[in-house]
Write a protein of this length. Sequence first.
Length: 110
Amino acid sequence: MNQVLDVLSWVLLSCGGFFILVGGIGALRMPSFYTRMHAASVTDTMASFLVIGGLILQAGWSLATVKLVAIILFLMLTSPTSSYAVANAALLSGMKPDTKFKANKGGRES
């Protein structure tokens, strides 16, 4: 049973690391502020959930698990809220979203 928990834990940790890498690359490669903001917010929520989930499996039933659950609950409440607040502040300050992209074509207009 311990080996199954270890394997599942490392799968969650590896997937979390993958999401962190992809989100970091996305934050660097995306063309506008709002798309970079989206890449960062998805990374913030999904990657942290996977990494902390893997840490919970590694910790077992202990006080560390209770603290990790409290951390994940705090992150699930604050991360989307802070991302929304930053994007809303940018919109209110006059930064308009880039409308050069069309969702149905997948690229820039010509």
